[in-house]
Design a protein around this ligand. Structure first.
Ligand SMILES: Nc1ncnc2c1ncn2[C@@H]1O[C@H](COP(=O)(O)OP(=O)(O)O)[C@@H](O)[C@H]1O
Ligand SMILES: O=P(O)(O)O[C@H]1O[C@H](CO)[C@@H](O[C@H]2O[C@H](CO)[C@@H](O)[C@H](O)[C@H]2O)[C@H](O)[C@H]1O
Length: 527
């Protein structure tokens, strides 16, 4: 691409912007892991805003790209741009960050995603440190950020929905890609937990930067936290524990080491401490706890009913692709439709005395980093499928608890049903040992969680309500997961289906004549 205007004029160089939008962005953006619209009917890309970020020897642009679709609303993505003319600098940029070769005025070079340019990363760091306002970009330094003369930075090689940068191996910065016209819930959550809740099992907040426009809501562009030295996340760590279990199963030995129970209980305790911190007294209405209102119950029941409809359709359309075991579970789910509908309708009118607070919202083993003897909880962005406004709605913290319980169920199922060690074992037998591990671990986690609150606590009205809410949230999560697995990992579909069937069995017990009536005072034994 050749243009007569220099790079410093890119902000007003609409011809170059248009040329790039038409010829470069569609191909480039579709290669990026963070772009969520790959499977949608795309109708083109354009530069909706360009925010200049001057640095000592160059200028960078934070481009806000609009992705348009013929099947729905447009989305906004952040793409920081750097123009590199020096071959030695370019040699540090991986090819996946190259957009195109271009001549701006009399300089020829490569247009790249600026996260791969060390000067850009350094500019972000210094602007944060200085609490600088640069045009419409406002940098806010958090308490945890300390000055440093030298800045060594790198891009963390995690391919996810955002980009991660590391500074001096001390700070972790998340650069948000998909943008929303409200402060990202993650920034609010991390700031509240650190500064009001005094919660220590998250990386300390070190700052954030936002795009501010007069009369409009701030748009969060990035957030910095302390970097956590961790070996792995808890999904990987649980997988390690399960290896011991897996090797014992073919020898007809049921083995769980005591330190597994200790680790699981510690996670239950940390989860409760996070929820207690979110319950802290505050004047900020965004974080004050609230009762279960008609409005909330109507919202949740409505959202759940929509989700169920979509999932039944998806299941019917994909039924033929499922294996025999998954098909059997799918039948149970489909036959229970009326009962589930009644269960959700009952929720809509049921008086509940428990509280709702802000919660993590997307809580599973992959969101908990395992440090040497403890845990650090990350990724407070909320449910990826929800709008930003929905992600800020208060729920019972048992929704997070249900997320983690589902994750333990996933961990054991994924391990036992996909391992060569268990190939000779009949699926029904495998299901029995898998359930046995899951129930032990679930109860260990729950006991430690509830034990940390002491009894009674205003967050939960009574054990009956705890069981009831857990059932609602477990069902909602497993139904959500069913869609995720059909779309991304069809061989794992039976995992959420089994989770759904387990909850169905519990709902059956709540029916007149079901034996739960006699067990109403036996809490926390869901299966
Ligand atoms: N403070 C931190 N310190 C070290 N590594 C981190 C930190 N926060 C996140 N990570 C790493 O980055 C990965 C992506 O972070 P996450 O918050 O889950 O981003 P995303 O929203 O893109 O999924 C995590 O799985 C973890 O490996
Ligand atoms: O972490 P994300 O926000 O990207 O969440 C999505 O992907 C998750 C998988 O990576 C998926 O989680 C499901 O699978 C996990 C194991 O891979 C398991 O631990 C979770 O319990 C289960 O929900 C998540 O549902 C999806 O939104």
């Amino acid at each position: 691409m050749i243009t007569t205007q220099p790079w410093t004029s890119f902000l007003i160089d609409t011809d170059s912007q248009q040329l790039l939008s038409e010829t470069v962005l569609p191909a480039y953006i579709n290669t990026c892991r963070w772009f969520a619209g790959k499977a949608r009917q795309q109708a083109g890309f354009s530069f909706s805003t360009i925010l200049p970020l001057p640095a000592s020897e160059s200028i960078f642009y934070l481009a806000i790209i609009e992705a348009r679709y013929s099947d729905g609303e447009p989305e906004q993505y952040l793409l920081p741009l750097s123009f590199i003319t020096d071959a030695s600098v370019l040699s540090n940029v991986p090819e996946k960050g190259w957009l195109t070769e271009v001549t701006f005025g009399n300089a020829t070079g490569q247009l790249v995603d600026a996260i791969y340019d060390a000067d850009f990363r350094e500019a972000l760091y210094h602007n944060l440190l200085a609490n600088r306002i640069e045009g419409d970009i406002s940098f806010q330094k958090g308490k945890g950020l300390l000055a440093s003369d030298t800045v060594l930075s790198r891009v963390l090689p995690v391919d996810s929905s955002n980009s991660a940068l590391v500074f001096n191996e001390m700070y972790f910065m998340k650069l948000y890609r998909k943008l929303f016209s409200l402060t990202n819930p993650e920034v609010e959550m991390v700031a509240f937990l650190t500064e009001t809740g005094g919660f220590e099992a998250i990386p300390a907040y070190a700052g954030s930067f936002t795009w501010q426009q007069p009369g409009q809501a701030d748009v969060t562009l990035g957030m910095m936290q302390r970097m956590v030295a961790n070996d792995k996340d808890s999904w990987a760590m649980t997988g390690d524990y399960l290896n011991d279990f897996l090797y014992a199963v073919p020898n007809r030995v049921f083995m769980v080491k005591e330190d597994v129970f200790e680790k699981v209980a510690l996670l239950g305790q940390r989860t409760a401490e996070m929820h207690l911190a979110l319950y802290s007294k505050t004047d900020d209405p965004a974080f004050q706890s609230e009762p279960f209102t008609d409005e909330y119950r109507t919202f949740l029941a409505g959202r759940f009913t929509d989700l169920l409809e979509r999932r039944y359709d998806l299941l019917v359309n994909n039924y033929g692709r499922l294996d025999e075991q998954a098909q059997r579970l799918a039948w149970v789910f489909m036959e229970a439709k009326e009962m589930i509908d009644d269960f959700v309708a009952d929720f809509k009118t049921r008086e509940l005395g428990s509280c709702r607070t802000r919660i993590h919202g997307d809580y599973h083993l992959g969101q908990v980093l395992a440090t040497q003897n403890d845990y650090v909880i990350i990724d407070f962005e909320g449910e990826p499928e929800s709008t930003i406004a929905e992600r800020k709605i208060k729920h019972s913290p048992l929704k997070d608890v249900a997320g983690m319980i589902r994750s333990y169920h996933y961990a054991v199922s994924a391990k036992l049903f996909n391992a060569s060690e268990t190939e000779g074992i009949a699926p029904d037998k495998l299901q029995v040992v898998s359930d046995r591990w899951y129930k032990l671990i679930r109860d260990t986690y729950l006991d430690a969680y509830l034990g940390t609150f002491g009894s009674p606590h205003p967050m939960f009205y009574d054990n009956g309500e705890i069981n009831y809410l857990l059932l609602i949230y477990l069902l909602e999560k497993a139904v959500y997961e069913l869609g995720y697995e059909i779309s991304y990992r069809p061989t794992w579909v039976k995992i959420p289906l089994k989770g759904i069937v387990d909850v169905i069995r519990e709902i059956e017990k709540l029916q007149p004549g079901g034996h739960h009536r006699q067990m109403a005072s036996a809490p926390l034994h869901l299966v």
